[in-house]
Design a protein around this ligand. Structure first.
Ligand code: ATP
Ligand code: MG
Ligand code: MG
Ligand code: MG
Length: 496
């Protein structure tokens, strides 16, 4: 139908190619090519980082594309939000247009406004525009130029809002290209705002020392969430009711053992509704990653999302094989746009099957240990489920250590040791401490954790470059080089 997601995608691209002379370029892989500053491609601009920094030539001074993006880990991490609202996904498609030293603020805002009100037929009274209100810390003033541009385009002052750095100063990662931005939001009937399009005025770079340094040229970088636009134009309650998600949700229901159907909308926060949304979301992320050659043994973010998916498939929908069916659905819905989903289906299914078996084995192993633990220490029963048992494997040692403790606070270094040697997560340690009438030194633990993470990162980088494993690893290359996950404690990661 007219506002199908593929129609929206192609309209966007045609609008910028045919009317505004942009060149259509392909989406890059979700794997950052030799860029260790982000865990995944998180925005359309990532593949142009070198262009912004003046290191490589632009493919054209005006470019448009639809980019596969993943926001798990790193500065932009939406994993925990997924399922709790209707519009944050781990994987989503970002439609974007760029000007590399060509047009700037006025033209970019006008082009966006004309597309929304013209071909996309949104009503101006349903939109709110935010712009950068300035930040004394990074020494950048309020973007009055942007505010005045929107006024001249016809946005009334009542729907024009200044916002701070957290919302309206866009940054790719801890370092990298950045700049003030202006965001277009849609006002829902209940008054809440959903951001649909961000226009960034890239004119700076965040340096490793934290300072913001001006670039020689000014650029435009925009991003519109396809799923959010589809929700609006299809007039449905949430992204999960669009043609991008509905087939997945239906497939989950079809392949489940007796689960009640998805009820639609996103107001229902019960566990089943969230499980539908999470699994549909995660299936897209997992499929796209596998098709792009990300290997779960080498990528703990992917491994974690796969484990979370298997858990939902097993516990909620009673079908551990469900993820394999969902891969097919994702390939059906996105394969025309991203053909690697189709061409890599066989390899992807092998990996899903391998991980599923490993997961089932782990669950069985944990189940047995849990029973033994309960007999010895009845108090652990209140920890609830088998998942926690994974972390309770070290409970005996925990009890011994605690019996030597002189105060009722577990010091940071001990908390860290429990975390590091047994894979206990902070909240689990806290719960176990409470069972024993103790509390934990959170601050001390966090400090050690930060130190540990930066050490780990540096070591991984060194190791992977030694093995010739840069960040553009492909399934084939990884399989050939025989990479295995040697880090056992991460086995338990997503069982939390
Ligand atoms: P939000 O404030 O809603 O978290 P954002 O400001 O983090 O969005 P940007 O980094 O500006 O998002 O990305 C550009 C566009 O991509 C957004 O306007 C939105 O339409 C879309 N988008 C961002 N994050 C997600 C996500 N997790 N899932 C789906 N779409 C997203
Ligand atoms: Mg966000
Ligand atoms: Mg935002
Ligand atoms: Mg934004």
């Amino acid at each position: 139908f007219m506002s199908s997601s593929s129609f929206i995608r192609s309209s966007y691209i045609e609008y910028f190619t045919k009317i505004h002379g942009h060149r259509h370029v392909k989406s890059s892989s979700v794997v950052p090519l030799s860029d260790p500053t982000v865990p995944f491609i998180n925005a359309g601009m990532n593949q142009f980082k070198g262009v912004f920094l003046g290191l490589v030539d632009a493919p054209s001074s005006r470019v448009v594309n639809s980019q596969k993006c993943i926001r798990v880990g790193g500065k932009h991490n939406d994993l925990d939000l997924v399922g709790t609202d209707g519009h944050h996904h781990t994987f989503f498609e970002m439609l974007g247009n760029w000007s590399f030293g060509d047009y700037y603020k006025k033209e970019a805002c006008q082009m966006a406004w004309d597309l929304l009100l013209g071909p996309f037929r949104l009503k101006p009274e349903d939109l709110v525009v935010t712009y950068f209100g300035g930040d004394p810390i990074i020494g950048i003033l309020e973007d009055r130029e942007c505010r005045d541009i929107w006024k001249s385009i016809g946005v009334p002052a009542s729907r024009l809002q200044a916002r701070g750095t957290a919302d309206n100063f866009w940054e790719m990662g801890v370092t990298g290209p950045c700049g003030a931005c202006t965001e277009l939001h849609y006002i829902s009937p209940d008054g809440s705002l959903t951001e649909i399009w961000n226009i960034v005025f890239i004119d700076s770079n965040r340096e490793a020392d934290g300072s913001v340094k001006r670039l020689r040229k000014q650029h435009i970088d925009t991003g519109m969430g396809l799923e959010r636009m589809a929700k609006l134009l299809q007039g449905v309650p949430s992204n999960y009711d669009t043609d991008l998600f509905r087939p997945l949700i239906d497939a989950i229901h079809r392949n489940s053992k007796g689960a009640p159907p998805y009820s639609g909308g996103y107001s229902s926060q019960d566990a089943l509704q969230q499980a539908y949304r999470r699994l549909a979301d995660h299936a897209r992320m997992v499929s796209v990653c596998l098709a792009d050659g990300v290997f779960p043994a080498a990528n703990l973010n992917l491994k974690q999302v796969m484990r979370r998916s298997f858990k939902i498939c097993t516990d909620v929908f009673q079908n551990p094989q469900l993820l394999t069916h969902l891969y097919t659905e994702v390939a059906n819905s996105l394969g025309d746009t991203y053909p690697e989903l189709v061409s890599k289906q066989k390899e992807a299914n092998l990996i899903i099957e391998h991980e599923r078996e490993a997961y089932a084995k782990l669950r069985a192993e944990l189940g047995k240990k849990w029973k033994g633990l309960l007999q010895r220490y009845p108090e652990v029963e209140s920890l609830g489920d088998v998942e926690i048992a994974g972390f309770a494997l070290g409970y005996t040692e925990f009890k011994e250590t605690m019996s030597k403790l002189k105060s009722t606070t577990i010091p940071g270094d001990l908390v860290f040791k429990l975390y590091d040697t047994h894979g206990f997560q902070e909240d689990v340690i806290e719960r176990i401490a409470k069972l024993n009438n103790l509390c934990i030194d959170k601050q001390g633990f966090q400090k050690l954790l930060t130190q540990h993470k930066s050490k780990h990162k540096a070591a991984f980088k060194e190791q992977s470059s030694k093995k010739g494993l840069t960040f553009d690893t492909t399934i084939d290359r990884l399989i050939k080089s025989g990479v295995k996950c040697t880090d056992d404690k991460h086995k338990y990661d997503c069982l939390l």
